[in-house]
Every structure is written in C-alpha cells, then in structure tokens.
Design a protein around this ligand. Structure first.
Ligand code: ADP
Ligand code: MG
Length: 326
C-alpha cells in the first residue's frame, strides 16, 4: 500500500504546535498575533522545471521553498510567525518527503516559526507556501518611499556576490565554464539562499524603500524605482561580485549580476545620513551590505562602468510569461 494522504501529512508535516492555538490536523489553523501588530502575508509557488531543476536535492528544495517566502517577509521588515504548505506530488516518494521535510523544518526552526496547515494533492510536483509575519504599525518596509539622493544598498554573503545563483543556472546550462570549487559555491547560492530577515527587521525606520531580489537586480530595482517615482544610477565597480564571477567575460557578468535572478538578497535605499545606521544594522545581522549606487530624480536606470562611462540599462526582469523556464 502506498502512503496515504493523511498518513503522509501526519508522518512528515504534523509537529506539536508551540505558538499557534491550533495547527495541522484541524479545519483551520488558529493563531494569536501579538496585540497591536500588523499582519504581513505572502505566498510563493514553485513549479518543477520552472522554478527549480529536477536535479535539486529534496533537502535543498525544502529549504528554498520556505526561504523564498521568508525573503518576501524580509523585504517588508516583518518578523515571521508561521507558514502553510500546499503540496502537489506525483507520488508519495518517502525518500523525497524525508529530505524535503528536513530542509524545510531546519530553516523553520532557525527562524523560530511553525507549519500550521496546508493542503496535499496528487499532481505535477508543485510547492506553494504562504508565510505569516508581523510588523509594528506603519513600520513595514515598502517598495515606495525612496527619494532622489538616497543611497542604494544590497545585502550579500560575506564571501559572495550578486548573480551567483544565475551563474549556477548558466553553468548547469553549459553556458559558463567554472572550476569544480567555483561551481560548488554558486550552486550553494542557488540552492541554499539565506533570507535576510534579521537585517530587514534592523532596517525598519532606517531604509526608505526595500525589495528582495528574486527576478534579478535590474528588474527588481525597476519595481522599486517605479513605486518610488525616481530613477537610479548603479556603480558597476560597487556591485559585489564573487571571485568566480569577476573572472568571467563582461557580457556574462552583466547577464548574471544585472539580469540575475534567485538572489534573495535585500535591495534597499536609505538617505546618506543613515550610512552608519545601515552599517550597524548589517553588523548586528552578521550580513555584508554594499553601497551600489544612488536614486536620482531623472527617470530610468543607468550604470556607470569601471572606465567611467555611463549608459542606460533596461529594468526588464524575469517574467514567467515572456521568459523560458530553466
Ligand atoms: P480539509 O479537507 O478540511 O481542507 P485537509 O484534509 O485538506 O483538510 O487537511 C487536513 C489537515 O492537514 C488540515 O489541518 C490541513 O491544514 C493539514 N495539511 C494538509 N496538507 C498539509 C501540508 N502539506 N502541510 C501541512 N499541513 C497540511
Ligand atoms: Mg475542512
């Protein structure tokens, strides 16, 4: 007998609730939010062949499915509370479920949040997660709120840069030749993104606008610019690039760093007067941040290259209805 739906949920996804009043196993989950706080909610859907390759280890997939959702909460400066999991599986593959649940709950535990419900069905491998978080009244970071003259900042791993996840994808596609060591590092960036929750919470009241990088730096910056009603100039020399990235041909670097995708880093603006506040927020969160340019009154995105020349750059990011899958 294959594993049944309810046995599957009980075996892999039901754990004792800590914070929730009612969790997995009833018709609704019931949560008691902190009085006076605002609720932040976000969902993300991951489809095999579109958002992840079939080669991804189940543990990494469990991690990433939750990480991309936590990254959205982070972009709003919200503290995560709990999440729901919607799962479509071709068959109840226990080796897959074991690894997936391990990766998922390891990240959930690292952020002190619990799984409070969801839905499970047979179907092509698809993972939907809804995360719930809370933020003090009027403190949520938004895409709007950036002003001309504000610095632009991006978070990144201490030993890595922007675009590494995209570089891993290009390497999988055979479009980038990397050493074994460099490939392992960028693959880690693609499969194990670290949502910048702590940094974002520390940036409440400091950042003027924020967005998380999911569809590529230029495209996501474009959303922030549109909602803030400003333009921007990026400094190519200031963009954090890993050693493997910096050694590649310029066109590939531009494609990965500016076109990118799947970074799950925080892109935010802050007035120059807040530079030391930004640095101390980053230090507290133990994340590196780099100043990569500034917001300008003139609409559109421009890049100042290392030779001092400036050229316009399209703010076209990844679009599921006009871009091919991986
Ligand atoms: P209902 O039929 O009342 O909608 P379900 O039979 O779909 O309930 O689910 C039974 C219980 O298991 C519910 O509490 C639901 O939230 C939970 N659940 C179902 N799938 C998952 C999952 N993938 N992860 C966590 N909880 C789940
Ligand atoms: Mg019901």
């Amino acid at each position: 007998m294959p594993l049944g739906e309810f046995e599957l949920i009980a075996r892999y996804f039901a754990r004792p609730t800590r914070r929730a009043v009612l969790g997995v196993g009833d018709d609704c989950a019931v949560l008691a939010p902190t009085p006076g706080m605002e609720l932040a909610v976000s969902s993300d859907l991951l489809v095999e062949g579109r958002h992840f390759l079939s080669t991804v280890p189940p543990q990494a997939l469990g991690h990433k499915a939750l990480a991309v959702n936590l990254s959205d909460l982070a972009a709003c400066g919200a503290a995560p509370l709990a999440f729901l999991l919607m799962l479509a599986l071709p068959r109840p593959d226990e080796a897959f479920l074991r690894g997936f649940a391990q990766g998922l709950f390891a990240l959930a535990d690292a952020h002190g949040i619990e799984l409070i419900g969801g839905d499970t069905t047979a179907g092509p491998l698809t993972i939907g997660i809804t995360v719930l978080g809370e933020v003090p009244p009027a403190a949520a970071l938004r895409r709007s709120g950036g002003h001309a003259g504000d610095d632009l900042w991006v978070s990144h791993p201490r030993d890595g840069g922007i675009g590494d996840a995209r570089l891993a994808l290009e390497a999988f596609r055979g479009q980038a030749g990397l050493s074994q060591e460099a490939f392992a590092a960028v693959r880690r960036a693609m499969e194990w993104p670290q949502p910048r929750v702590t940094l974002a919470m520390a940036l409440r009241g400091v950042a003027s606008a924020a967005i998380d990088l999911s569809d590529g730096l230029a495209g996501d910056l474009g959303h922030l610019l549109a909602q803030s009603g400003v333009g921007a100039q990026l400094e190519w020399a200031g963009l954090p690039r890993s050693a493997a990235m910096a050694a590649l041909p310029m066109a590939l670097q531009q494609q990965c760093v500016l076109g990118g995708g799947d970074d799950y880093e925080l892109l935010f603006s802050a007035p120059p007067s807040a530079r030391s506040a930004v640095q101390s927020a980053a230090a507290r969160a133990e994340v590196a941040v780099s100043r990569i340019g500034e917001l300008r009154a003139e609409a559109g995105l421009r890049v100042r290259w290392s030779d001092g020349s400036v050229s316009p750059w399209a703010t076209q990011g990844f679009d599921h209805f006009s871009s091919p899958g991986p």
